[in-house]
Design a protein around this ligand. Sequence first.
Ligand code: AMP
Length: 287
Amino acid sequence: MKVITSIAELQHALGSFDKEQIALVPTMGCLHEGHVSLMRKAKRLADIVVVSIYVNPLQFGENEDLDTYPRPFDDDVLLCQDEGVDFIFHPENLYPHGAPQVTLHVDDLSQHLCGSSRQGHFDGMLTVVNILFNIVRPHLAVFGEKDFQQLSIIQRMVADLHMPIEIIGADIVREHDGLAKSSRNRYLNDVERTQAKEIVAALHIMQDAAEQGCDIQGILSAGKAHVTQQKINLDYLEVCDEHSLQPITALSDKVTARIFIAAFIGTTRLIDNKPLFAKKTEETSCV
Ligand code: AMP
């Protein structure tokens, strides 16, 4: 495995592979089993795996954790080595000319959910993913469903801009108690870590409510009651059509519903999501 920091050097190294399939796994480092699942998927689908590690300033808001974001680079290198990654691309700065004058902008898909509470986040994310695609020129790229809105937006970018890259989604990897793995879980103290598992508990409570025949309002109320009871500070909790990412008002066979949540545990903002399946039997009713 090679660790490369220069764009020219990476392009030179990748230039020698003209028949091989190249997969890119973009990350911000502080790698965990969620990232590992992406690397393994990439390895199954391609010959050469490039993992990029870059904390992209463009996707952080003013009061967010750009400066404190964990950067345990030596551990990340060991983990990638164990996973048989071919190249780590670890550039110091992807904006050598200063803030880019030309960026990408997402429309409706970024208006809800994380887009409304993190202004400019998805434009910054798309811009860096586009830069990485241009540098690496991968045949495929793997992203986690943990950041479902990000995955949807990237799929839409590739479709709208006719980019010759296959976008592969990967399931959410969770801790033993269900909490979605995240680099930001490191910020949690013991009390917060215990509280954090109630985020996924709320999603299960909402699924139970759906199976009892509750309508969307009932399902949302059940989830919100749980987070309130657990003293969790909610950013958003919505049930959306997983294709349009717009909130839905009723469950039906025509839309694929998904629950999206973002919440603050202390000062740490965590996100999660889960498909929402409608009631399976007629025997129970919403209480
Ligand atoms: P990040 O380093 O947080 O920017 O994430 C890099 C990639 O890893 C993104 O595609 C994330 O969706 C994915 N990822 C992060 N956490 C998980 C997880 N728990 N399960 C699956 N994929 C994840």
